[in-house]
Ligand binder design. Structure first.
Ligand code: SME
Length: 169
């Protein structure tokens, strides 16, 4: 059983990511169900950062991106490759930071209150499994520090968890 994970509010974002990274090492277990690992992964991030309004996975089903485990309001169920921030991050295989979603051509607004966003592709070697999408109700919520640490913890996740398209089919 996992111990509770509570971060002190006075920590900097960097200190939070370091604690999260340590905690995920124990929490994410390759013997757990994939959905268990993915759900706990996003729960840890959501409960650690007030700036996150929505966080979730979009998994590639072989054709498009399909909504996976998430926390937040009801969201779009499918995203075409090359559409929106998620579809472009997947297509370009790189993290996209969007300081103001209103300025991003083709942004898909699942929640009209969303102001900024970061999308990290889930890549392991030459395979891409989907994206991690994070939204905020504030402009400019995400920067290079978020990008670096999110890429690092996604990388660690993918070293333990093989995200198969069959989890969403
Ligand atoms: N804004 C995303 C769509 C997903 S929702 O934010 C949950 C996009 O433009 O791809």
């Amino acid at each position: 059983m996992a111990e509770s994970f509570i971060l002190n509010d006075t920590l900097t974002d960097e200190e939070k990511y370091l604690s999260i990274s340590d905690y995920l090492t124990g929490l994410i277990d390759k013997d757990n169900y994939i959905l268990t690992n993915l759900s706990n992964f996003i729960a840890v991030l959501k409960q650690s950062f007030e700036k996150i309004s929505w966080i979730g996975f979009y998994i590639f089903d072989g054709k498009e991106l399909v909504l996976g485990p998430f926390q937040g309001k009801v969201a779009c169920t499918k995203i075409e490759i090359g559409k929106g921030v998620c579809g472009n991050s997947f297509k370009e295989k790189r993290t996209l930071i969007v300081p103001d979603v209103n300025q991003y051509p083709g942004h898909i607004a699942c929640d009209a209150e969303s102001k900024s966003e970061i999308v990290v592709p889930l890549i392991n070697g030459n395979r891409i499994f989907g994206v991690l999408d994070i939204d905020s109700y504030k402009f400019n919520s995400f920067n290079e520090l978020d990008k670096n640490y999110l890429e690092m913890i996604c990388d660690s996740l993918l070293k333990k968890v093989y995200i198969d398209k069959f989890i969403i089919s």
